[in-house]
Write a protein that binds this ligand. Structure first.
Ligand SMILES: [Zn+2]
Length: 246
């Protein structure tokens, strides 16, 4: 009897293209608090208020009082073995694309090149008045930080109440419909459109592998109940073993 890791390695090696969908769970091991994590930032500050476009327009200092620290310390957060394993799979030619709900930029830091950040990224920051671009962590002092022109700066992320960037959304749907294996990693599959993408993949004939500490997608063909930082390197190791044998 093959282990689930052997079976998933076999699947990825033989059924291409493979696409990954990632959520907050993969970044939890890098110390990024999720909306739902206990004792985290968002237990004290309701994200639907503090990270809403309505509040941002009314009082951007509220948003910046929550997010400013992460953005100013952008260079200090590091990808974990889960992010690195996905980057390695891509380099091996076995992962075509990463669709992520995360705004922390860790997939790109890990070396993944083909990435769609459907909720945007805290790395890119724009002046709402003149459109000048800033890059985390290099932003002016102040809460909220202001552009040279006096305009308020806003990260290029999708706040509650804003619609998703159409191009990113289109890519996410296209990649989900075209893949033959989808890895669903650390997402609670509650927030749209991420909640629908595994179903889109399945409807188009893909096998779905979920890696999560708690099962979220009932339709998964394989479920690995494990942290991404443990499970994904294990999958890569199994693929390498197979390659060594052949
Ligand atoms: Zn400006």
């Amino acid at each position: 009897m093959e282990s689930v890791y052997e079976q998933v390695a076999e699947l990825i090696a033989h059924r291409q293209p493979c696409v990954a969908l990632t959520g907050a769970g993969i970044s939890a091991e890098s110390g990024i608090p999720t909306f739902r994590s206990k004792g985290g930032l968002w237990e004290k500050f309701d994200p639907t208020v503090y990270a809403s476009i309505e509040m941002f327009r009314k009082d951007p200092s509220k948003y910046w009082s929550i997010r400013g620290e992460f953005i100013r310390n952008y260079d200090t957060t590091s990808p974990n073995p889960g992010h690195l394993a996905l980057a390695e799979l891509e380099a091996m030619g076995l992962l075509r694309h990463v669709i992520t709900q995360n705004i922390d930029g860790l997939h790109r830091k890990a070396g993944s090149r083909s990435v769609t950040e459907i909720h945007g990224s805290l790395r890119e920051i724009f002046c709402v008045r003149c459109g000048k671009e800033y890059r985390a962590p290099k932003i002016p002092e102040g809460t909220p930080p202001l552009c040279d022109c006096g305009g308020v700066l806003k990260p290029n992320t999708v706040l509650f109440g804003e619609s998703l960037p159409p191009q990113a959304l289109a890519t996410a749907w296209r990649e989900s419909g075209a893949c033959r294996v989808m890895l669903v990693i650390g997402t609670s599959a509650v927030v749209q459109p991420a909640a629908s993408l595994p179903s889109v993949a399945k409807e188009h004939g893909a096998a779905v592998v979920e890696v999560n500490i708690e099962r979220a997608f009932a339709g998964a063909d394989f479920f690995i109940e494990e942290k991404a930082g443990t499970a994904l390197p294990e999958i890569v190791t199994e693929i390498k073993k197979r390659n060594a044998i052949q």
